[in-house]
Design a protein around this ligand. Structure first.
Ligand code: C2O
Ligand code: CU
Ligand code: CU
Length: 502
């Protein structure tokens, strides 16, 4: 049994669960999950899967409040189609995805398909759209034929309430499949999220300092469940598609007891030329990874280890990760005696492929750069001295290039067909994960370190006091969209800019 840390003790205490094992079934799945709701260690139940056929996927998503059992408590969460996470959408490059979003919340919402290389205009991935309560809207996303394969996700993007809505349960995974997937015994979609619930089961919002830090929920969920059980047989090879849907929490996973058997074969966009170890990857909010895991017989745990993402004002305002934090159990693995699996015998099949889209993900390290830009992310004492007064409580301003988000201002204009190099600096004491919509970024340098292989991300963490250099090919899709910090509280507080490609 892992030691009960101060933090878990507090979490359990506030839930009235001290002395019992925290367990639960998936949000809203109490009717379909075998076993009584709230049973500790329930079997992992993955979200419903919707698969495209004949080049099309038509989906109706209803965003609404609902009640359901989590950690032994009736939780009042938000969700898509009554599930947390919402359904997993499985697509292929070249597909047309149509989503009718019906807003049954009491708040304005909208939809963003995070990481998809699709048009940001009109009925496409347009984050400037507002869907009023009771209204619905038809979205249409045409994936190009060479769309990179990988795991992506969807979530609301209405400025000012993105963190609140994601934290309350509005997110789901999107998988763009390759033609030649590696042979595996089982594929799982694992969405990591966090949430804080009060005694009465309502979602607890952050204090102002927590908002400025970026809130971290007391409960860590996997597919909406607390410490679910994954069962398999020894020798099984599994593919795990992991999404970090936490509003602000950075996630670094370990599989103690299954040492060295998990290899990361893909990150945000496409597949990695060479797989890397699990400990080499930290998922900032919004990041994903694609894992191949060879399971050994026995019991083990999937754990999230603390990630230091900095602090505010020398810790006076609190830090995201305190000394009392220790690793958190995300899931338990029960791997029984196995026969030799067929997938295991297939060896390294599928490794090393680039997962399609040779043209969009062509290596830009030797490309001719048409233009260079520098952007600066900053968290500073604001107090509305610039007259904006957007800083929370007049205390801190969260800005990019000294400005708070203004949907009516254009911050960057880029030419279609060009390659740009962006150096993104962070002059503050906290990490800021930088996210660009529509066009994937090739990471050239993080604080003086260059990745050996081409590395494509759509969220790249800019370390406190450091900088990151990326190259972007603005190959296609004109229009207006955004870039922002993917600590969603920071985005809501103004750390976002607009970009027009023409
Ligand atoms: Cu995942 Cu602009 O967001
Ligand atoms: Cu996005
Ligand atoms: Cu930030």
């Amino acid at each position: 049994m892992r030691p009960v840390t101060r933090r878990t003790a507090l979490a359990m205490g506030s839930l009235g669960l001290a002395g019992t094992v925290v367990g639960g079934t998936g949000l809203w799945r109490d009717l379909t999950t075998p076993g009584a709701p709230g049973d500790p260690g329930g079997e992992l139940v993955e979200p419903e899967v919707l698969v495209s056929s004949g080049g099309r996927l038509e989906v109706s998503l209803q965003a609404r409040l609902g009640t359901h059992e989590v950690a032994g408590r009736q939780a009042r969460t938000m969700g898509y189609n009554g599930g947390v996470p919402g359904p997993t959408l499985r697509l292929r490059p070249g597909d047309l995805l149509r989503i009718e979003l019906d807003n049954q919340l009491d708040h304005v919402t909208n939809l963003h398909v995070h990481g998809l290389h699709v048009s940001p205009e009109g009925a496409g991935d347009n984050v400037f759209v507002e869907i009023a309560p009771g209204e619905s809207r038809q979205y249409e996303y045409q994936l190009p034929e060479d769309h990179p394969t990988g795991v992506y996700w969807y979530h609301p993007h209405h400025h000012g309430s993105v963190a609140d809505q994601v934290f309350a349960g509005l997110y789901g995974a999107i998988v763009v499949e390759e033609d030649d997937p590696p042979a595996v015994d089982r594929e799982r979609v694992l969405v990591v999220s966090d949430i804080t619930l009060s005694q009465d089961g309502s979602v607890v919002g952050p204090s102002m300092p927590e908002r400025m830090m970026g809130r971290e929920g007391e409960l860590l969920l996997l597919d909406g469940q607390v410490e679910p059980v994954l069962t398999a047989r020894g020798g099984d090879r599994e593919r795990w598609r992991v999404v970090n849907a936490c509003s602000s929490r950075f996630v670094s996973l370990r599989l103690p007891g299954q040492d060295g058997t998990a290899r990361v074969v893909g990150r945000d966009v496409g597949r990695l030329p060479t797989p890397v170890g699990l400990e080499e990857v930290v998922l900032a909010p919004g990041n994903r990874m694609d894992l191949l895991v060879d399971l050994a017989e026995g019991e083990s745990e999937l754990v999230a280890v603390p990630v230091d993402r900095g602090q505010m004002m020398g810790g006076m305002m609190g830090s995201a990760v305190g000394p009392e934090d220790s690793e958190r159990v995300l899931a338990r693995l029960e791997v029984g005696r196995g026969g030799r699996s067929s997938a295991g015998e297939a060896g390294e099949a599928g490794d090393g492929a680039d997962g399609g889209s040779a043209s969009l993900l062509a290596d830009l390290r030797d490309a001719q750069v048409d233009r260079r830009r520098e952007l600066t992310m900053e968290m500073s004492m604001g107090g509305g001295m610039m007259g904006g007064g957007r800083g929370p409580g007049g205390m801190m301003d969260l800005t990019i290039d000294g400005r708070s988000f203004d949907p009516d201002r254009v911050d960057q204009r880029v030419r279609l067909g060009t390659v740009e190099e962006w150096t993104i600096g962070n002059v503050g004491p906290m990490d800021h994960p930088f996210h660009l919509h529509v066009w994937p970024m090739q990471v050239l340098d993080v604080d003086g370190q260059a990745p050996t292989d081409p590395l494509w991300l759509d969220v790249v963490n800019v370390p406190a006091g450091g900088s990151v250099t990326v190259r972007v090919r603005f190959a296609d899709f004109g229009g207006r969209t955004v870039y922002h910090c993917h600590i969603l509280d920071h985005e809501d507080l103004g750390m976002m800019g607009t970009i027009v490609a023409e």
